[in-house]
Design a protein around this ligand. Sequence first.
Ligand code: AMP
Length: 116
Amino acid sequence: MKQQETIFDKIINKEIPAEVVYETETVLGFKDINPQAPIHVLFIPKTRIATINDIKDSQAELMGQLFLAARDYAKQIDEDENGFRVVMNCNQNGGQDVYHLHLHFLAGRQMKWPPG
Ligand code: AMP
């Protein structure tokens, strides 16, 4: 199940539409279809990694690139100083639904803690 293609592969391959806001050779950023904040973007590696548990040591740089994407996007939309939240859910208890690792980027409102 976890090794299978997800809907995010279809977005990467442009087989289904998405509102892309950020793209490099390795990372894609697009608007979440069910936003949980005024700004809700998902940053994904273009290569499929199912969960945090599946990250290889050799993919450390790629993981860093997800955070650099969040940094650059926050600055681009002028939310860097206001602040934002990034979240990565892992497996069932983490609330992961799509098994293609993704960094949620949420901004545009006051976040609460702890998350639900
Ligand atoms: P998670 O629960 O962490 O796996 O998050 C999956 C996220 O993907 C959810 O916030 C969904 O709203 C989002 N999502 C699912 N399908 C799409 C899609 N086709 N385009 C954009 N976002 C999607």
